[in-house]
Write a protein that binds this ligand. Structure first.
Ligand SMILES: *Cc1c(COP(=O)(O)O)cnc(C)c1O
Ligand code: SF4
Length: 440
C-alpha cells in the first residue's frame, strides 16, 4: 500500500469528497487554515465510516470541525478566505489565533530545555528522574494529524542524516552524564515517520555506546492507528522490524507506546497484522489515550478498547485528560466525569486489563491522577495523587481538592479544607532541583 497524504492543498483529490457538502468543505478549509490538518488514504478508506461521518469518531479525530474554533475566530478566518485575502494576511491572522490557543502548555518551551557543557540542548526533555524524552529532528511530523493535538509548532519536519548524527551524538552524551536514566522515550510528532535508515542512526548510536544504565527504549507512535502499513508494506518495513529485534536482542526492553483513541483503530486487518509483526520482534505494545468528548467519552468505548487491546496483546497503560491547548474546549471532559467513566470502564474488565492508570493530567508539577471522590467530615472532596512528579517524593501521596464538577484541569482546582496551597506548591528544596529540567 502506498502512502498518500491529504491536506488542505490537495483536498479536492480526497476520495469520498462527494460525501461532504460545500459548506462542510468550506468549514474544513477555514479551521484547517489554523489547526494542522492531514489525513491519508488508510484513514479515509479503512477507518472512517462515511455512512455516518458527521458523528464518526475517526472523522472527528482527523477532520477539522467548525466548533473547534470560537465563533469569532471562525468568522474572521472565513471572511479572509471568502474575500480572497493574500496568503500573508491569512497566515498572520491564523498565527494570531494559534497563539491565543496556548500552543506550549505546561511551560514546554522555557522550562524543559536541559543543559550539556553549559549549553542548552534542544530535542531533549528530562523532567522525571528515570525517563528522558528525545525528539529526533526528523520525527516531528505524523502520518495524519489528530484534531485534538496542538503540536503545530513542531510540525515542520526536517530531513537529513547530518542532523541525525549530530542529534544521536548529543543524546548519547547526555545519557552518559545522567546515569539515573533508565528509559529513553523517542517521541515527536511521530518518530516512526522516519525511515528505518535514519532511525538506525539513533538506535545504533545507543546500542554501540553500550550504556548499562539504559534498560528500556520506548517509542511513542500513532502508526498502528494512522499507518499500520509502516510495519507491513513500506519499502523499509523489514528493516524497521529488524531494528526492533536488534534492540530486544541486546537485552533492552522495547516498548511501543501506542496512541489509540478508539477501538475502531485496532479493528482493521492491517492493524492486527502490524501488531503481530511488532510483537514477533520481542517488543511490548502499550497503549495510551486522552479521554475526548465526541470521540471516546463513554465507559463502554473504553472497556471495549481495553478488552480488545488485551486480546491483541497490547497492555493498557494511560488514560489522559485532554491537555489545556488547542481545541481543548471542543474535546474537554470535566475531571469528575472522566473519573466516573474511568471507574465504570475499569470495573467492567478483568484484572489483566487493569494495568491502565488514569485519568491523569500532564501538568507542570507532574502527572496528576484523579483517584476518586469522597466525603470527609461532611465535605465532598476530590482525591488526587502524582503518578509522576518533578520531585520523586511527591509520588503517590494523596492530596485533596474541593469537589468541582466543572473543572477540566489542575489549575482550576482549589485545595480542600480551606488550605490556600496544595502541598507541592509550597516552595521546598526538591531532589529534582539537581535535574536540569521541568515542564512537559
Ligand atoms: C509521561 C511522561 C514520561 C513517562 O512517564 P512514565 O510514568 O514513566 O510513563 C516522561 N516524561 C514526561 C515529560 C512525561 O510526560
Ligand atoms: S499522532 Fe500524536 S503527535 Fe501526531 S497529531 Fe496525533 S497526537 Fe499529535
Amino acid at each position: 500500500m502506498n502512502y498518500k497524504p491529504y491536506t488542505i492543498k490537495n483536498l479536492g483529490k480526497l476520495p469520498w469528497l462527494n460525501r461532504l457538502s460545500d459548506a462542510q468543505i468550506f468549514n474544513i478549509r477555514v479551521v484547517g487554515s489554523v489547526l494542522p490538518f492531514k489525513t491519508n488514504n488508510y484513514v479515509v478508506n479503512e477507518l472512517i465510516n462515511w455512512d455516518d461521518f458527521e458523528n464518526d469518531p475517526m472523522f472527528i479525530l482527523n477532520f477539522p470541525q467548525k466548533a473547534m474554533l470560537a465563533p469569532d475566530q471562525f468568522n474572521t478566518m472565513a471572511t479572509l478566505l471568502n474575500s480572497g485575502a493574500s496568503a500573508e494576511k491569512t497566515a498572520m491572522e491564523a498565527n494570531r489565533i494559534r497563539l491565543s490557543l496556548n500552543p506550549h502548555p505546561a511551560g514546554q518551551m522555557d522550562k524543559n530545555v536541559p543543559m550539556l557543557d553549559n549549553k542548552k540542548v534542544n530535542g531533549i526533555q528530562h523532567k522525571y528522574r528515570e525517563t528522558m524524552l528525545f525528539f529526533p529532528t526528523q520525527g516531528q511530523t505524523c502520518h495524519a494529524y489528530c484534531t485534538f493535538c496542538f503540536r503545530w509548532p513542531q510540525f515542520t519536519g526536517l530531513e537529513g542524516q547530518r542532523f541525525a548524527m549530530k542529534d544521536a551524538d548529543t543524546m548519547v552524551r547526555y545519557i552518559k552524564e545522567h546515569p539515573e536514566l533508565t528509559d529513553i522515550l523517542f517521541t515527536g510528532g511521530d518518530p516512526m515517520i522516519m525511515s528505518a535508515k535514519l532511525f538506525s542512526i539513533y538506535i545504533n548510536a545507543l546500542l554501540d555506546a553500550k550504556i548499562k544504565t539504559i534498560k528500556t527504549i520506548r517509542i511513542g507512535t500513532k502508526t498502528l492507528s494512522f499507518w499500520p502499513y509502516r510495519y507491513l508494506t513500506d519499502r523499509d518495513s523489514p528493516e524497521l522490524l529488524g531494528l526492533f529485534k536488534k534492540i530486544t536482542d541486546a537485552g533492552i526492553h522495547l516498548s511501543i507506546m501506542s496512541h489509540i483513541n478508539h477501538p475502531r483503530e485496532i479493528s482493521t486487518e492491517a492493524c492486527e497484522r502490524a501488531i503481530s509483526a511488532i510483537r514477533k520482534t520481542g517488543a511490548v505494545i502499550r497503549s495510551q489515550s486522552p479521554i475526548l468528548n465526541r470521540i471516546n467519552a463513554d465507559a463502554d468505548t473504553w472497556s471495549r478498547m481495553w478488552k480488545e487491546q488485551v486480546n491483541l496483546g497490547i497492555v493498557p497503560y494511560y488514560m489522559f485528560v485532554a491537555r489545556d491547548t488547542g481545541a481543548q474546549s471542543y474535546f474537554s471532559v470535566p475531571l469528575v466525569k472522566a473519573w466516573k467513566l474511568y471507574r465504570e470502564a475499569y470495573s467492567q474488565v478483568s484484572g489483566i486489563a487493569r494495568t491502565v492508570r488514569g485519568p491523569s493530567m500532564s501538568a507542570s508539577p507532574g502527572k496528576v491522577k484523579v483517584d476518586g471522590i469522597t466525603e470527609i467530615n461532611g465535605k465532598k472532596v476530590m482525591i488526587l495523587s502524582f503518578v509522576q512528579a518533578r520531585n520523586p517524593e511527591w509520588v503517590k501521596r494523596p492530596f485533596f481538592a474541593e469537589y468541582d464538577e466543572k473543572a477540566i484541569w489542575l489549575d482550576q482546582l482549589k485545595p480542600a479544607f480551606g488550605d490556600d496551597k496544595f502541598f507541592f506548591e509550597t516552595p521546598q528544596p526538591t531532589a529534582s532541583d539537581e535535574l536540569s529540567v521541568i515542564g512537559g
